[in-house]
Design a protein around this ligand. Structure first.
Ligand SMILES: Cc1cc2nc3c(=O)[nH]c(=O)nc-3n(C[C@H](O)[C@H](O)[C@H](O)COP(=O)(O)O)c2cc1C
Length: 185
């Protein structure tokens, strides 16, 4: 079983980005399990003095879950052409030594927005941040879901068949990358 940890950068009820992860969980190929991380709201603002005294338990929990995952799936909204602060804050916590768990992980980035560009700029900011902490981000395979308002139903279910197919494809590619970079013996 390949375990993908899904991290949404939105705290919003009815979030399109969390909706992408829920769809990915439903569409996961045989042998793949997508688990959603739901603790983002509880991660405190980064404080180096606090870290020096020891990671808060919520951060330890996230670090452990990232370490144990075979791959990561980030669903990021775009806020002012970048990554939401809550997501960047969580990445900052996780990235601190010792034994930072991002190093050598594989990840894919998806993002949904009501706007036409579908999180393109946030996507590239997140790619940059993840690269510097040692994550292999799936090359090419941009997953930019624009016009999201028309692609989800009122209950937050992803109904757009083309986007559902793209998610299936991204998970297949992500598992392939994870397998190539970390072959099991
Ligand atoms: C502070 C803030 C800044 C935003 N900036 C952008 C932006 O730069 N580009 C964009 O496409 N949408 C922007 N939006 C709109 C979001 O794409 C929209 O709220 C979206 O639904 C957020 O994702 P979610 O549905 O997963 O919560 C912004 C929203 C907020 C709250």
């Amino acid at each position: 079983m390949t375990r993908i940890l899904g991290l949404s950068g939105s705290l919003r009820r009815g979030s399109f980005n969390t909706g992408l992860l829920l769809a990915a969980r439903d569409l996961a190929p045989e042998g793949v399990q997508v688990e959603l991380y739901e603790g983002l709201r509880d991660i405190p603002p980064y404080d180096e003095d606090v870290r020096a005294a020891g990671f808060p338990p919520v951060v330890e929990d996230l670090r452990r879950r990232i370490l144990e995952a075979d791959a990561l799936l980030f669903a990021t909204p775009e806020y002012n052409r970048s990554v939401p602060g809550v997501l960047k804050n969580a990445i900052d916590w996780v990235s601190r030594p010792p034994h930072q768990p991002f190093d050598g992980k594989v990840a894919a980035i998806v993002g949904a927005s009501p706007g036409a560009l579908g999180t393109a700029l946030a996507h590239y900011h997140l790619r940059q941040v993840l690269s510097v902490v040692g994550v292999y981000v799936l090359p090419a395979a941009e997953t930019l879901v624009g016009g999201a308002g028309a692609k989800f139903d009122a209950g937050g279910l992803l109904t757009d068949e083309a986007t559902r197919n793209v998610l299936r494809d991204r998970m297949t590619r992500l598992v392939d990358l994870a397998t190539r970079l970390a072959p099991r013996v």
